[in-house]
Design a protein around this ligand. Structure first.
Ligand code: TRP
Length: 466
């Protein structure tokens, strides 16, 4: 896979982008953006929301959302970032003024900073779970977890949820790793980190799918669950979740990709890169499901068990397979690293804003915003134990933050990005930035952005809010 992408994006000579600190090669950008997209959203979240919403029909709606809404807006977001050429808030304001639009477009940048800040606060808690599970693998706890499969694997996860101290420590480790990478900057930090993490996770997932298929013999049932749509099980609520997840999984709608795009040199084709990012991202999500669901069916687990799904199923597989402690260690290591390539993109918009606005250096901006996000994340940690009874709007804090960011802020941010790119920028600016001229691909993209993505998001939002 990576070899194929590499062919498309021959390494270019390092060029001066944003004071010479941009991505060193085209491939580095694609890898970083794919690293941002591929993360806990694919491996942890997608299987459990697909399980909660009945599989097939949900998966189909999700795929449609990725192709018709997520991908066109991903292209738009990177285009806005590169054309703005600065941190998201500042870049949007500069771009709006150049195009003769209202300076209020900068508030889209503020929405992005607020959204990435909030997402990172609970995302880092789940990244912490992978760190805890890495420890469980190293200390040989999966064998016992698999002994009478479902019950004891569930107990391992329940034990973690019941311990605020462990979760807080792991959440702290995850934030610290993120801060360290971001503090080092684009080239020395972000770029070096992503080069090997994404390919590694991919290889391991393929191996797990094969193992799950062979060892459980339930591949057929898992595939049927995933790909045989039963539309009677689909609600408008599920459509909103699918739409929100399309944004979440592609890292679209919250200016993270805008920040990454602002460091991209002009020669790179945004459209091709975006297709590669979305394709790889979707593949990883489907692979994760095909690794998880055979184990669910073989052990009589429920598909609807929610956020614990991955952390309950995988120890069963690792506990039973020969060499499972080692495989488990690799899996949770790579999952943690895949989470890291996403958390760094979630911290980047806030850091770039603080650098520009407050004049702080990168290290200070990363450390202080990381600390603030860690503190906000404590609420999500306690939602699983001490504060589990605190449920405003019928959801605990963790679920509430997830709902508000993924199902409201991301679609709204994505919608505004689509409107600004689709109508705010002149056709000539867009054509120039995409580098495709007035080609059919350019016209198709702009058409889908204006007349499919925008009404699509509006329809789903309106239906759910009414
Ligand atoms: N896409 C990541 C995942 O699927 C999460 C993520 C990273 C994200 N950066 C983002 C989500 C920016 C929204 C906005 O795990």
């Amino acid at each position: 896979m990576s070899a194929r992408i590499e062919n498309l994006y021959l390494p270019a000579r390092p060029t001066e982008v944003r004071r010479g600190k941009g991505w060193s090669t085209r491939f580095a950008f694609v890898l970083a953006a794919a690293g941002s997209a591929v993360g806990l959203g694919n491996v942890w979240k997608f299987p459990y929301i697909a399980g909660e919403h009945g599989g097939g029909a949900f998966v189909l709606v999700y795929l449609a959302c990725v192709m018709l809404i997520g991908l066109p807006i991903l292209i738009a977001e990177i285009v806005l970032g590169r054309r703005g050429g600065s941190s998201p808030i500042h870049g949007l304001r500069a771009l709006a003024s150049r195009e003769g639009r209202s300076p209020n477009w900068r508030y889209l940048g503020w929405l992005g900073v607020a959204g990435t800040f909030l997402i990172l606060s609970f995302y880092s808690v789940v990244a912490g779970w992978s760190i805890a599970y890495l420890w469980y693998a190293v200390s040989g706890q999966f064998g016992a977890a698999a002994a009478d499969s479902a019950a004891s694997a569930g107990a391992l996860f329940a034990g973690l949820k019941a311990s605020p101290a462990t979760m807080l420590a792991c959440h702290a480790l995850a934030m610290a790793a993120t801060v360290l990478v971001v503090a080092r900057g684009i080239r020395n930090g972000l770029e070096r980190a992503v080069r090997w993490m994404v390919p590694g996770l991919f290889v391991l997932l393929v191996a797990l799918v094969i193992y799950a298929a062979v060892a459980t013999g339930e591949f057929g049932r898992a595939a049927a669950f995933m790909f045989r749509p039963d539309f009677s099980a689909l609600s408008w609520d599920a459509v909103l979740v699918a739409l929100g997840h399309a944004f979440f999984t592609l890292s679209v709608g919250m200016t993270a990709m805008m920040a990454y795009g602002s460091h991209l040199e002009k020669k790179v084709s945004v459209a091709k890169a975006s297709v590669a990012i979305a394709g790889l991202d979707t593949l990883v999500a489907l692979l994760a499901c095909l690794a998880v669901f055979p184990i669910v069916f073989a052990n009589g687990l429920q598909t609807e068990i929610g956020p614990g799904l991955l952390f309950v199923t995988m120890p069963i597989a690792f506990g039973q397979m020969p060499g499972g402690e080692f495989a488990g260690m690799l899996f949770f290591l790579f999952l943690g690293l895949a989470a890291l390539t996403s958390t760094i993109s979630l911290l980047e918009p806030t850091v770039e804003h603080l650098e520009q606005r407050a004049g702080w250096n990168r290290r200070r901006a990363a450390a202080l915003s990381g600390l603030a996000i860690w503190i906000v994340g404590i609420g999500s940690v306690l939602a699983f134990n001490l504060w589990s009874g605190f449920t405003p709007f019928g959801k605990n804090l963790f679920d509430l933050l997830d709902f508000v960011t993924a199902n409201l802020m991301l679609p709204i941010g994505g919608l505004l990005i689509a409107i600004f790119a689709g109508w705010g920028l002149s056709r000539a600016s867009l054509a120039e930035e995409l580098g495709l001229g007035e080609s059919p691909v350019f016209r198709l993209w702009r058409f889908v952005l204006r007349y499919v993505a925008v009404p699509g998001v509006v329809l789903v939002l309106v239906y759910n809010l009414l």
